[in-house]
Design a protein around this ligand. Structure first.
Ligand code: NAI
Ligand code: MG
Length: 493
């Protein structure tokens, strides 16, 4: 008799506490505890994949690859449409589980993240149909440049948005004809288990979609060291990215690395201050455990006081609480270790003489809740100005002209995103000088699947999104057909 697959019950929903490898559920291995930041309760335990199982996942993915690749984009489309449908069918389970596991707002999951996760699969499956071979006509040949499937792609995702990020990578990887092995984050592993349940229900062929759970330095490290991988796509921290890039270099495996930042939020003297202040407060979304948040406020001296008072009035009204309540705007920090990290940044900033505009201490709602915080009066090289906190702690500096705004905006090792408020022509002129992968003018968070996403400097290498994802997840091949009689001559070039 086969052993029953262990499950965790979250509300009415059952999540498989197992790996999904080669179309089968496997629960071997040591276990680790799954923690909920809502009430600091334990949700149960998940297995940690052994080296052998990680290797088996890559072997299975490699075996499944040729048939999946041979289907072509049209052949893969119905599978991926069913996969997207299966995500939508499980929306309530995803919402409850991800809210418990990661502390993400239930309403945001229901209305934003889960529909987007399904779209990540559906959109890239459809976009793959439209991928055109690039044609080049030269004087002696006709070239057509193909996107060939690459092979097995390892996908490593962080805890702040595992479902969104896993589908953002798996969607284009699968649509381009690759098989995938996902290593979900150990602080929020459950959403990816439901994702595997959805893949299974959709009839994705065994081995095409795999999930191995476990910690980064063990399961994750084993996965990225596998020489049979063709791609590694990672979102997470800079130190981990450097470890992965070194390992990948040993095997010459291309990596896409997206690594957070310390993005500028610029308020020019001609900005709409009400909109800028309301958008400023939005940077506390998900307790600022968001790579693309604007966390370094750069405000023109002339409008600083007015901007501060407008933003303060909004921040004072923010509802901090249980992420399952519809009224809640900011939930908990994911884990006690992250909470300590955030608190450490705040205490060191205070000790270094930074002045608090608001916040600066835990929120009384519960043990992992922290007040939205804003520091000012800081040296440009202060830790709080330069390092990513990944918690609800922002910092504000002022400037007197555009050149100074640009200089401060670029005074960081990071270069992920940015926000710039001002008269649109003025804001564009400033934004174009900011060295980041993207920048929003008089807005925030507009993300289209066709648009490139990624960072410069320590914010990462490569771009994903639209055709950029297909470039990364494909092997580009030029097929050359001579248009004039070809002479096999040694003198011929
Ligand atoms: P991390 O970079 O260590 O973890 C991200 C993922 O990488 C997890 O799935 C982890 O298991 C895996 N991983 C860790 N070591 C690995 C290794 N040697 N080989 C393969 N995979 C490995 O991030 P962590 O420790 O969870 O967060 C630390 C800080 O990173 C945060 O405070 C924040 O500043 C930043 N961060 C940035 C994110 C972003 O969206 N860019 C997301 C999460 C964290
Ligand atoms: Mg958790």
């Amino acid at each position: 008799m086969t052993k029953a697959i262990p499950t965790l019950s979250i509300g009415d929903h059952a999540v498989r506490a197992a790996h999904y490898v080669n179309g089968a559920w496997v629960d071997e291995g040591a276990t680790f505890q799954v923690f909920s930041p809502i009430d600091q309760g334990m949700l149960g335990s998940m297995p940690e994949a052994s080296d052998l199982l990680v290797d088996a996942a890559v072997d299975g993915a490699l075996a499944a690859f040729p048939a999946w690749a041979a289907l072509g984009a049209e052949g893969r489309l119905p599978y991926l449409q069913r996969f997207a449908d299966a995500i939508v069918d499980r929306a309530e389970a995803f919402a409850q589980v991800e809210s418990h596991d990661a502390g993400v707002l239930l309403s945001r999951l229901q209305h934003g993240i889960i529909p987007r996760a399904a779209l990540n699969i559906r959109w890239f499956a459809e976009a793959a149909l439209k991928l055109q071979d690039k044609e080049l006509a030269t004087h002696q040949a006709h070239h057509y440049v193909r996107h060939d499937p690459a092979g097995v792609c390892a996908i490593i995702t962080p805890w702040n948005s595992p479902l969104m990020l896993s589908t953002w990578k798996a969607g284009p990887a699968l649509a381009a004809g690759n098989s995938v092995v996902i290593k979900p984050p150990e602080w929020a592993p459950l959403g990816c288990s439901i994702l595997a349940q959805a893949a299974e229900a959709a009839g994705i062929p065994p081995g095409v979609f795999n999930v191995v759970h476990g910690h980064g330095p063990t399961t994750g490290a084993r996965l990225v060291a596998n020489p049979r991988l063709s791609r590694i796509s990672f979102t997470g921290s800079v130190p981990t990215a450097k470890i992965i890039a070194k390992v990948a270099a040993e095997n010459l495996i291309p990596c896409s690395l997206e690594l957070g930042g310390k993005s500028p939020f610029i308020v020019l003297e001609d900005a709409d201050l009400d909109l800028a202040a309301a958008t400023g407060a939005l940077q506390y979304r998900n307790a600022t455990q968001v790579c693309l948040a604007g966390t370094r406020f750069l405000v023109h001296e002339q409008v600083r006081d007015a901007f501060v008072e407008k933003m303060r009035a909004i921040v004072e009204q923010l509802v901090i609480g249980d992420p399952r309540d519809t009224a809640t705007e900011i939930g908990p920090i994911i884990h006690p270790r992250q909470f300590e990290k955030v608190q450490g940044y705040v205490e060191r900033a205070k000790a270094a003489g930074a002045r608090l505009l608001w916040g600066g201490e835990p929120h009384p709602f519960g043990p992992l809740y922290y007040k939205p915080t804003m520091f000012t009066d800081v040296a440009p090289d202060a830790e709080i100005v330069q390092e990513e906190v990944f918690g609800p702690v922002l910092v504000m500096q002022t400037f007197t002209d555009d050149a100074e705004a640009v200089r401060l905006a670029n005074d960081t090792v990071y270069g992920l995103g940015g926000v710039c408020f001002g008269e649109v022509g003025h804001a564009r002129a400033v934004a174009e000088q900011v060295r980041t992968g993207f920048i929003w003018i008089n807005s925030f968070g507009i993300r289209d699947l066709a648009a490139p996403f990624g960072g410069r400097g320590q914010s990462g290498i490569g771009r994903e999104g639209g055709d950029y994802s297909f470039e990364f997840f494909s092997d580009i091949k030029d097929v050359i057909v001579p248009t004039a009689p070809f002479k096999a001559s040694f003198a011929h070039r």
